[in-house]
Design a protein around this ligand. Structure first.
Ligand code: PHB
Length: 386
């Protein structure tokens, strides 16, 4: 009798306790920290549009909870990202953080996510080591080693023997430089010079002249999203291609957000990357047409799918926890999830929390009067980090 009374008492108390958070958490807040102004504003615009499109297509209710998206502009400054993450956690009580347009911005948020036990979905930044800096990080963008190694393999297999690399001098650029050299030299090629330009420099002339003087078979390029147009203008002006130097790179350089304005001189340029607006699948055709419609004709780039798939991951995790927003449970629910994105098949590695996805080799071509990265080879299921 006594035992039954105690059990009943415990049961009632547990129910009462459970009922409180359920009521208090009818709304689940997702806080995206993005560069909406400043040099990386296109990344913010693309990710916000991707995230909003996911919600427009799938509704704002998941597992009985209403999803509220909060967008904060960090202007591309890491101290702002950290301040905004703290505010979102403490004042807004967000269940999930996301966004992070550049590597230093993501790194600054890691300690906040760890301390608050709030999952933080990296939708843009691509330095391989970021995810390992917080147990609450998970990534839906890409990593530079993932996107670069296939370009090195293709180069070695297609008659390129010597390469000069030119990258932005910070995390993802150094990742890209290292991955290209390791993979290319393992396949018998030689990187004869590794050049690094300051991040966000508008001036590449000295580096390009040096590359031209070295007369490599190819020049490999990486700059982050938003800076490809300025770099390629100067590459074209220096006439490296006419000097017999093949121009190759990651798809960050031939970014769909800017590619169409870069000019016909880019036709024939080969890059490797995880997403192209020209990706030939029913999912992507539907995505591109809905995105164009929702944004007054902004072409989606690889950042946009980071945002779209980031929201997909958050929805799938909430579905799995049946709406429970406990940070550790949500994060656990994100591990090992796989689905078909507009970019192709993707999954979240259960051990590393990094993204596994296809990487494509593409050639810039004119299609219906517009420049696109047209994919012609697929390297399936490449891991983001080990
Ligand atoms: C990064 O800072 O991690 C980053 C940003 C834009 C890119 C690639 C990497 O296109």
């Amino acid at each position: 009798m006594l035992r039954r009374q105690i059990l009943t008492g415990v049961g009632a108390a547990a129910l009462a306790l459970a009922a409180v958070p359920a009521l208090a958490q009818e709304t689940v807040k997702v806080g995206l920290i993005l560069p909406m102004t400043g040099p990386s504003a296109s990344t913010g615009r693309q990710i916000e549009a991707g995230a909003r499109l996911w919600m427009a297509q799938h509704g704002d209710m998941v597992a009985g909870k209403k999803i509220q998206l909060i967008i904060k502009d960090d202007t591309g400054a890491a101290d702002q990202s950290k301040r905004l993450a703290t505010e979102l956690v403490v004042n807004d009580k967000v269940a999930v953080l996301g966004g992070f347009g550049l590597t230093p911005l993501a790194l600054s948020v890691g300690p906040v996510a760890t301390q608050a036990k709030v999952p933080a979905v990296i939708m843009a930044a691509g330095t391989s080591t970021i995810v390992a800096t917080s147990p609450y990080f998970v990534r839906t963008s890409f990593t530079l080693p993932q996107n670069t190694a296939p370009m090195a393999q293709w180069s070695a297999a297609n008659g390129i023997k010597t390469v000069v690399t030119l990258v932005s001098d910070y995390g993802p650029g150094l990742d890209s430089e290292k991955a290209f050299k390791a993979e290319f030299e393992a396949k018998g090629g030689k990187v004869i010079e590794s050049l690094r330009a300051p991040l966000a420099t508008p001036e590449f002339a000295a580096f390009l002249q040096k590359a031209k003087d070295l007369k490599p078979d190819a020049l490999f390029l990486f700059v982050p999203s938003g800076q490809g147009a300025s770099l390629m203008k100067q590459v074209n002006e220096r006439e490296l291609a006419k000097a017999g130097i093949k121009i190759i790179g990651t798809g960050d350089v031939t970014d769909d957000d800017q590619l169409n304005g870069m000019g016909d001189a880019l036709i024939g340029m080969i890059t490797s990357h995880n997403y192209s607006a020209a990706h030939d699948s029913p999912e992507n055709k539907a995505y591109v047409s809905a995105f164009l419609k929702a944004t007054n004709n902004m072409r989606p780039n690889f950042m946009s799918v980071g945002g779209y798939d980031g929201m997909a991951l958050i929805y799938k995790a909430l579905d799995k926890t049946k709406g429970d927003t406990d940070g550790a449970k949500l994060l656990d629910a994100m591990k090992g999830v796989s689905w078909t994105s507009p970019r192709g098949p993707m999954s979240i590695d259960a051990t590393t929390r990094d993204i596994t996805q296809n990487v494509y080799i593409r050639e810039v071509k004119k299609v219906d009067g517009q420049l696109y990265n047209v994919e012609f080879a697929t390297i399936a299921n490449v891991k983001g980090s080990n």
